[in-house]
Write a protein of this length. Sequence first.
Length: 305
Amino acid sequence: MVNNLSRTQLAVSASDPMMMANAAESDAGEVFLDLEDSVAPAAKVEARETLIEAAREHDWSDTSLSFRMNGIDTEWWYDDIIEVVGRAGASVDDIIIPMVAGPSDVHTVENLLEGVEVNNGLAVGAIGLEPQIEDDDGIHNVYEIAHSSDRLSSIIFGPGDYSAAMGTPGLDIGQFPDSPGHYWHHALSECNSAVKSADLPCIDGPYADVEEPEGYRELCERADMLGCDGKWAIHPSQIEIGNEVFAPAPEVAERAERIVDAYAEAMAEGKGAVSVGGQLVDEATNKMAKDIVETARAADVLRDG
């Protein structure tokens, strides 16, 4: 994987070969080819074949390639892993697991995946897992899920199924009905807290209205304020917005770099704090600044050195 900063995860139906070809050329940090919600039941086996072909034939070297399997309560999940990993596993970075209710769901997928890796000469553990938190059980068990496996590369909050599970009003995925605040503030914050305790990225789910870029931007900004690291894009037009919001602004990144440098110099001189631009900088500030610098470098907002 070249880009380790998944500010945007582009969702592409595995039943659409043209969209998968175009996705390989996109600026998304991660592309996932979907076998679950975007594929009709009668088309799932055929979509699996087109996914395998796309994974093997297109150049994914500039992005991270994932696929979303069907849930473990369906008839398709087993062959999703057997067939896709067995035939195209060398091209796959991660598997997204929908509707994860607890650690045992992760372990079920992990155990089968390891067997497929072994049987096909793939490096054991090379393919990561990304659980989706989409219902009441998932949110209740999110801390245990976040610590369930060394394979985890992120955890994703799914607002659509979560809203359905909670019985909330509205029919538009990722959008707020008439609400006085952030509709999923608690759930998304709970996810992020648990995920960060495992030192993993937390990714917000989709925003369905692709003709409302400012609505998408607002939801990206709210997720960013809660500490999330990225958001799904369900259309290429959303990628640029997500990449922008989930990267530090250049002026913020440059100030953070000055703070890190000044604090390191202060520590070398035996000082416990230092003033940068009239603001007191202590260890807590230095930690925040380091995180911003690291993200800015990964996003090419700052250059090393």
